[in-house]
Design a protein around this ligand. Structure first.
Ligand code: ADP
Ligand code: MG
Length: 238
């Protein structure tokens, strides 16, 4: 049984059909990248996986259970967005520990989880700072730290690097890849950047207008694109 099963999913907003019939199955440890231009439905699909939006037709199952049948606390998903959405008045430590506090995790366990995450992300020297005292890349690391301490079964990333400058994007790409290798977690990662997709993914789903055009390992997508659209989008040699 796949960890995450997206089964003939359709999503409409009023008359606008955003996802047409999307089926993807994701195994534990996969790093699936949803790649496609702005407006093709990537964020919508992530929101459906996270249970934040209602599915119009079809089903999404996590560990065999429909996302909408699971209580939010049982969904075991952590999301990292493009805008880091840190609490401005809290320190880095407070930002990272906030979710655990809400879930009434004991102080010693919170501290232990935080320490492991900040060491992994190399932000242990920033624990007492406020978000305003951090660079963009550092803030994004804190946002990832906050997701990491939840130790979720599934990570969802929505264009987490698109607000960073080019050099940082490359550094963070390496970081995320390392995290995935170290932790072996399952990741669904949205981007419109083909290089990001090609370097990070174990599998890539290339999307256009709410339809998955091709779903394959990055090298296969690049070398054997399913159609002209995919070839152009990933920059395959002619
Ligand atoms: P992407 O993340 O690939 O850029 P989105 O999933 O954000 O694409 O959006 C896909 C389409 O759905 C766009 O046309 C967008 O305007 C539309 N859309 C997204 N969210 C909503 C919403 N809450 N209400 C109406 N239309 C929406
Ligand atoms: Mg989006």
């Amino acid at each position: 049984m796949a960890t995450l099963e997206i089964d003939r999913v359709r999503k409409s907003y009023g008359h606008l059909e955003v996802l047409k019939e999307v089926s993807i199955s994701i195994e534990a440890g996969d790093f699936l990248v949803l790649l496609g231009p702005s407006g093709c439905g990537k964020s919508t699909l992530l929101s459906l996986i996270a249970g934040l939006e209602e599915i119009t037709e079809g089903e999404i199952r996590i560990g065999g259970q429909g996302v909408n049948d699971l209580m939010p606390k049982d969904r075991d998903i952590a999301m990292v967005f493009q805008s880091y959405a840190l609490y401005p008045t809290m320190t880095v430590r407070e930002n990272i520990e906030f979710g655990m506090k809400i879930r009434k995790i004991a102080k010693a366990d919170r501290e232990k989880a935080t320490q492991a995450a900040v060491e992994l992300l190399q932000i242990d020297h920033l624990l007492d700072r406020k978000p305003s005292q951090l660079s963009g890349g550092q803030r994004q690391r804190v946002a990832m730290g906050r997701a990491l301490v939840r130790n979720p079964k599934l990570f969802l990333f929505d264009e987490p690097l698109s607000n960073l400058d080019a050099k940082l994007r490359v550094d963070m790409r390496t970081e995320i890849k390392r995290l995935h290798q170290r932790l072996g977690t399952t990741i669904v990662y949205v981007t419109h950047d083909q290089i990001e997709a090609m370097t990070l993914a174990t599998r890539v789903a290339v999307m256009k207008d709410g339809i998955v055009q091709q779903l394959d390992e990055p090298q296969i997508v690049y070398e054997r694109p399913a159609n002209v659209y995919v070839a152009k989008f990933v920059g395959s040699p002619a």
